[in-house]
Design a protein around this ligand. Structure first.
Ligand code: 3HC
Length: 314
């Protein structure tokens, strides 16, 4: 197909709100933007296992331990699902890992914060997965077919993640004064970093305009953030917890909760690698990748020998 015909067909697909598939012609910039975002999404899922895994051996009951193990395993699966979807764009998983390890690709800033108490596991499920759900529900409508379909499966599991987190927070606020204080301490530390998950203000977003035009992104950063705030503030009030924002105010006219200004210095410092645990998270990830090299090599060699053997007998 000539580039001219390809561009026309791509524009028609986007216009008609249909899905761009791996074999369709697409602009190089569209492909590059998708690889960037999908890889970052996948990296976030994998690195995101570290904060919660820290509490698997310390969970307060066997049931909580089993739930947390299931959630962390889900995140691994989400990462593998998204790497597979990204590979349909012509990039290999090994390339993506190398770009993550070398800092040329990012992962969500939220996972650079420490999990200091069991309440953090609740706050992560409730706030972090809650924010991810707001984002990912909308991403089901993204224009790239494999990414859109991956979101459908992932969103089904995310709702369990958010509910188990909220259930932990409920147990804590209904517990002793110390436990309620743990829950308040957790929201104090996780509230603002969760708002940063939606990215910079749209005016500072380097990708939003084109991502919206290509229908990669369907709702802009600030609007998604507002959706999350509006749904979460009442949940915090139901728990009897205080949102750590003295400027938080309900706007009767718009029906939205107005928040104070996010600490964008902290945001950019963290995504540039100078957050609380950036170095530890990447060092742990690199070690896991290197420790698992022999398994990947053995599996690849076994598959090669199988193909050779079947090739002979075919
Ligand atoms: N953490 C790290 N980097 C961030 C960020 C964050 N919270 N928010 C924005 N950035 C980066 C962007 O990647 C971009 O940098 P780059 O050009 O080097 O990639 C820069 O800041 C400018 O931001 P933009 O808003 O212009 O970038 P996007 O258009 O990509 O929007 C986004 C950012 C809204 C996060 C979008 O990438 C997105 O929707 N990604 C898919 C969802 C996702 O990745 N969620 C992360 C969490 S996954 C998760 O929580 C799993 C759950 O199971 C726990």
């Amino acid at each position: 197909m000539s580039e001219h015909a390809g561009r026309a067909r791509f524009a028609a697909i986007i216009e008609a709100d249909e899905k761009v598939e791996p074999r369709d012609w697409m602009p190089d910039e569209y492909r590059a933007n998708l690889i960037r975002q999908m890889a970052q999404h996948a990296h976030s899922e994998v690195i995101g296992m570290q904060p919660e895994a820290n509490w698997i051996t310390r969970a307060p009951t066997l049931m909580r331990k089993a739930i947390l193990i299931a959630k962390v395993q889900d995140e691994a699966g989400h990462g593998l699902y998204l790497y597979s979807a990204a590979e349909t764009l012509g990039v290999s998983r090994d390339e993506l890992q190398e770009m993550l390890h070398s800092g040329r690709q990012k992962y969500s800033s939220i996972f650079n914060y420490p999990t200091l108490s069991w309440a953090d596991v609740g706050a992560i499920g409730w706030l972090v997965d809650g924010a991810a759900i707001v984002n990912q529900i909308v991403l089901q409508g993204t224009s790239y077919g494999p990414y859109s379909r991956a979101m459908v499966k992932i969103c089904k599991e995310e709702s369990f993640h958010a509910r188990q987190g909220y259930s932990i927070m409920m147990a804590l606020v209904e517990g002793s004064d110390e436990q309620k204080a743990m829950a308040q301490d957790a929201i104090d530390r996780w509230w603002w970093p969760a708002l940063m998950m939606f990215g910079p203000h749209d005016a500072e977003s380097s990708h939003s305009e084109r991502s919206m035009a290509w229908k990669i992104k369907r709702i802009k950063n600030d609007d998604l953030r507002q959706m999350f705030v509006d749904q979460t503030v009442p949940q915090a009030h139901y728990l009897g917890l205080t949102i750590p924002d003295p400027d938080l105010e309900f706007d009767e006219e718009t029906g939205h909760w107005r928040i104070g200004e996010i600490d964008w210095d902290e945001f950019w410092r963290t995504i540039k690698g100078d957050g609380p645990l950036n170095r530890e998270r990447i060092a742990h990830k690199v070690k896991a990748w290197e420790d698992g090299r022999w398994v990947r090599e053995a599996a690849t060699e076994y598959a090669r020998k199988q193909r050779a053997r079947l090739g002979k007998s075919a």
